[in-house]
Design a protein around this ligand. Structure first.
Ligand SMILES: Nc1nc2c(ncn2[C@@H]2O[C@H](COP(=O)(O)OP(=O)(O)O)[C@@H](O)[C@H]2O)c(=O)[nH]1
Ligand SMILES: [Mg+2]
Length: 421
């Protein structure tokens, strides 16, 4: 089970703006016509119901989106880089991996089609057309494209039940869950089991689904006590049910009808989910003796019934293969109904500016600013002017003032050094 992976994403860099001048036969000095660079593509993660695990992300770690193209002469804008879309399972929790090794929550992709931007593409640089002024009609400057964001991400698949096991107490729900998966539910220790859903992952060939025991629905345990939010969420999500029946019951068919009646009293939507009806405990001789009788009773009621022994494991693999098939057909129908809901970043990332002093130089640590300056040519005044605005926007000026910077002092940020003015 690959339920947690770490990947690196990088949004595309913005294309550079260009320096170019119009060349026309009879015009001696054409004006500037350098186009802007295209924006880099972003990296977007989207919840896709056809992705059943995060397994594919194990094979590759680095996911870069396309860069923007450089601008061209004749004011031609460079092509924007395409977004890189990563499809993940519904129920994937996306977090940033922080520098200190912790993780910072970004989004919980709970619904089909839900998406989140995990790295923003760099803006394309401006071509020299933007820098013409009355005093400089032939500007020889253009902006470089901005670098795309780079992030380390953690993708975690929060298990959500696909299949629920229902049935009266003691029919063997916990035992079946334990037999089919690696889950370790408590067996027969509590009359009302626990109200926390117990989940297990069932692997069938290359595919898998999440199986949950749904306790307490039909034995009245929900009355008065209320079911936890988590529990209800699983019940709602469950796509199909395994209805487990006690093989030693006086009338197994009657039991099924009773449980379904109680189920619809509890939640009519749940009662309408497709069911696989399964008789348990066929290892017991008294059950063996009446297999045909049980089968006939169910089939005259219009229901096909399967037989297993959760205790010995007999018929369990076949039941799980059957469950997988039914689940797939149900999921395919659902995937047809597209729900799209956008999620945006819950809060802007911490700009986190710190100023320290190394000798006479003030060192500014500001990740966002470092990203901006990484590709900036500081020798031109316009670029310096842009940088100043960014410094103000990010509050770097304030931080420096607090640190006691004076005009003429050296400032360093990333690979860039300049004089405070
Ligand atoms: N003989 C036999 N006993 C079983 C089988 N499955 C479960 N049991 C027993 O039935 C009792 C109730 O099982 P449990 O899984 O806790 O039922 P739950 O209340 O539906 O979760 C336990 O004593 C189990 O050992 C089975 O296939 N054969
Ligand atoms: Mg149980």
């Amino acid at each position: 089970m690959f339920d947690r992976v770490e990947i690196e994403v990088k949004a595309g860099d913005g294309g550079d703006g260009v320096i170019s001048f119009r060349r026309e036969k009879f015009v001696p000095f054409g004006g500037p016509d350098g186009g802007d660079g295209g924006d880099g593509g972003g990296v977007v993660i989207i919840a896709d119901p056809s992705v059943t695990s995060l397994r594919i992300f194990k094979h590759k770690r680095f996911y870069p989106a396309a860069d923007g193209e450089s601008g061209k002469g004749k004011r031609k804008h460079g092509k924007n880089g395409e977004d890189l879309i990563l499809n993940v399972s519904v129920g994937t929790v996306v977090s940033y991996k922080t520098q200190t090794g912790g993780d910072a929550f970004i989004a919980d992709l709970e619904q089909v089609g839900q998406q989140v931007v995990v790295a923003n593409g760099g803006k394309g640089g401006l071509g020299n057309t933007h820098f013409a002024s009355s005093t400089n009609q032939a500007p020889r400057i253009a902006q470089k494209g901005e670098a795309g964001e780079e992030n380390s991400l953690i993708l975690e698949l929060k298990l959500i039940a696909d299949v629920g096991i229902i049935g009266y107490p003691n029919v063997g729900k916990s035992t079946l869950l334990a037999a089919a998966s690696a889950a370790k539910p408590k067996i027969a220790s509590y009359p009302f089991t626990t109200l926390e859903p117990i989940l297990g992952v069932v692997e069938v060939g290359q595919r898998s689904f999440v199986l949950a025991e749904i306790p307490g629905l039909v034995d009245g345990a929900h009355f008065g006590r209320g079911l936890g939010h988590d529990f209800l969420r699983h019940i709602v999500r469950t796509k199909i049910l395994i209805h487990l029946i006690e093989g030693t019951a006086t009338s197994p068919g009657e039991d099924m009808i009773q449980v379904n009646a109680e189920l619809s009293l509890f939640d009519s939507a749940l009662a309408q989910k497709p069911q696989l009806v399964v008789v348990n405990k066929i290892d017991l001789s008294q059950v063996q003796a009446r297999l045909t009788e049980i089968k006939d009773a169910f089939s005259s009621a219009g229901t096909t019934v399967l037989f297993v022994s959760a205790a010995t494991g007999e018929g369990v693999a076949e039941l799980m293969a059957e469950t997988m098939q039914v689940l797939q057909s149900v999921t395919e129908v659902e995937a047809g109904e597209k729900i799209t809901k956008k999620v945006f970043r819950p809060k802007p990332r911490d700009v986190g500016i710190r100023v320290s002093k190394e000798g006479d130089t003030f060192v500014v640590v500001a990740p966002e600013l470092e990203r901006i300056v990484a590709r900036t040519d500081m020798t031109t005044p316009v670029v310096r002017w842009h940088l100043k605005r960014q410094l103000a926007r990010l509050g770097v000026g304030k931080a420096l003032a607090k640190a006691g910077v004076k005009p003429g002092d050296r400032i360093r940020c990333g690979n860039l050094e300049w004089e405070w003015e």
